[in-house]
Design a protein around this ligand. Structure first.
Ligand code: ZN
Length: 117
């Protein structure tokens, strides 16, 4: 398999994930606003929800970044395109759609079920 295109796609992906993560986890410019100090309860709630949404988004991005980093390692190891869990071949359509796939469809769905508790 030609992994050069995959590696390029993964590197672009990694850079954009890191930029998004840096933005999401950046310290707010106004610390008082972040705490909601001296504000009406309604405002604080909106901020708390916004904060949770950001944490959720950051967690998702971080999980994807882990896969992207792992996929790059797999290219180095020469195991790119093989499932990390069962060793089966990951279908090429799947790799085309998600070049950072490190698990086959079965193992990935087993993993996401576990993560959802
Ligand atoms: Zn598998």
């Amino acid at each position: 398999m030609d992994t050069r295109a995959a590696r390029a796609a993964l590197e672009v992906r990694l850079a954009s994930l890191e930029a998004d993560l840096a933005e999401l986890t950046a310290v707010p410019r106004d610390p008082m606003a972040a705490v909601g100090f001296g504000k009406r309860i309604g405002d604080g709630t909106t901020e708390a929800v916004d904060r949770l949404t950001k944490v959720g988004a950051a967690e998702k991005l971080d999980a994807m970044r882990t896969d992207v980093v792992r996929a790059l390692e797999k290219i180095e190891e020469g195991t790119y395109g093989l499932c990390d869990r069962c060793g089966k071949l990951i279908p090429e359509e799947r790799l085309d759609a998600r070049p950072w796939s490190v698990l086959c469809v079965d193992c990935a769905s087993a993993r996401s079920l576990r993560e959802r508790h």
